[in-house]
Design a protein around this ligand. Structure first.
Ligand code: PA5
Length: 423
């Protein structure tokens, strides 16, 4: 394989992040033991809550997904519609945007990939029309419904609507156009069996926001010819660093330690500032990963801690003309990770100047930041980035002593919504 360039992470030491502070934190938290534990559980495949670490090297799973994608590609679909939300859609959407670009829907590449992840009637009706138009012209549309729990209201409602459309235009063979991805034995799995839909499962212990390298991300991306081998190779290769106890090479641990130390000093916002327009989706994927994993009311010992580090996403250079005023106003509660792409920076002296100039301004104003440089905008680089960030968040959860895999508080609004809907 020709790709072998790695993510490059740097953070300038200052009075908060000192070598001594890092060494003390590593020592007091038992971080090296935790990293060794992650290495061990990785070999236990899907038996532990850290199951997602097994995904990049699971060839059997990859081949199963690939076989189904190849089968569905024989139908020559012009459109692939993912119906899912949160961890069931953000990862594939981010990768598609990063690799195919913001103008994916204007080029002639087929099939095109759309995401239905809202109950906003304006949006859903417009997308339904796109699907209907394709079907009315005799084209094939693959409907890929993804929900780990099989119970997410938005996804089920949207699936029902689109299924009705499929049945109207393709009464005899609509089932051939549906691919369900869910937990084994979920209600949707049962429906898939009854209606003869194709089905791919998600390993039980792999949570939504950690599932991008399972069928959840791989199936839709394979349908649109994203190089998923390179994606997983990037993830697998960076894991060698992210699970290393040599912290000099471990970008995930370095970033988690830095975030933790700033949090301890009152920094409550983590802004990921991407200098690449097509990486906005990746920012939103990371925002969910961090918010749902770290933003916990209780720690693992049941103590009320209310962890409140808010992940935000900025995209340069546009957002320099929007939020930079606030970022540079002298307050001391934002820590930034600048994410740039080496290839993009090299291509434009303007981009280079804006990235470096912004960093200098932050530095002069005492606004802390770290830099994460992705070597190039390809599947291998994006695979590295996502895997590096997933381990960063697992380690940050460990440092904060919170469970990075659950999201108990979101049940609160879901309960209220369900009550309103059955009234
Ligand atoms: O990370 C998570 O677990 C959540 O964001 C879920 O992905 C999201 O709520 C969607 O859930 P489901 O896949 O069960 O429809």
């Amino acid at each position: 394989m020709k790709h072998k360039k790695f993510l490059h992470y740097t953070h300038t030491l200052n009075n908060v992040v000192t070598n001594q502070a890092i060494a003390d934190l590593v020592q007091s938290s038992g971080l090296l033991e935790h990293i060794k534990e992650l290495l061990t559980v990785r070999s236990q495949q899907y038996e532990t809550p850290y199951a997602s670490l097994a995904l990049p090297d699971d060839r059997a799973l990859f081949l199963q997904v690939e076989t189904l994608a190849q089968e569905k590609k024989l139908l020559k679909p012009t459109l692939v519609l993912v119906i899912g939300i949160g961890g069931s859609s953000l990862g594939a959407k981010a990768i598609y945007q990063a690799l195919v670009g913001s103008f994916a829907h204007f080029n002639c590449q087929q099939p095109q990939l759309y995401f239905l992840e809202t109950v906003d009637q304006n949006y859903t009706a417009a997308l339904q029309k796109v699907v209907e138009t394709a079907l009315a012209q005799g084209e094939n549309v693959i409907v890929n419904v993804i929900t780990k729990s099989g119970t997410t209201t938005e996804t089920l409602v949207n699936f029902e609507t689109i299924l009705t459309v499929l049945k109207k235009y393709r009464p005899a063979d609509y089932y051939e156009l549906v691919v369900v991805i869910s937990d084994n034995n979920s209600s949707l799995h049962k429906q898939a069996k009854q209606e003869n839909f194709s089905f791919l499962s998600i390993p039980k212990q792999v949570g939504g926001r950690y599932s991008v390298f399972s069928a959840v991300g791989l199936f839709p991306l394979m349908m649109v010819d994203i190089d998923c081998n390179a994606l997983l190779a990037g993830a697998s290769d960076i894991l060698k660093n992210s699970l290393s106890t040599d912290l000099k090479v471990n970008q995930s641990a370095q970033s988690a330690l830095m975030l933790y130390l700033y949090y301890q000093q009152g920094y409550r916002v983590h802004d990921s500032f991407f200098f690449a327009v097509d990486l906005e989706g990746l920012g939103k994927w990371y925002r969910q990963l961090m918010a749902e994993s770290i933003g916990k009311e209780y720690d693992v010992n049941g103590k009320r801690v209310c962890r409140d580090m808010l992940p935000t996403v900025s995209v340069g250079t546009g957002d320099l003309h929007s939020v930079a005023q606030l970022y540079l106003n002298g307050q001391k509660n934002i820590v930034t990770t600048f994410v740039s792409v080496e290839d993009i920076q090299k291509k434009s002296e303007y981009m280079h100047a804006f990235i470096e100039g912004t960093k200098l301004a932050y530095q002069k104003n005492g606004i802390p930041f770290s830099s994460l440089i992705v070597p190039s905008l390809d599947a291998y680089g994006i695979g590295q980035f996502m895997q590096c960030k997933m381990v960063e968040i697992i380690i940050l959860g460990f440092l904060f002593q919170v469970n990075p895999f659950d999201q108990p508080n979101v049940e609160l609004y879901k309960k209220e919504v369900k009550c309103l809907l059955i009234k």
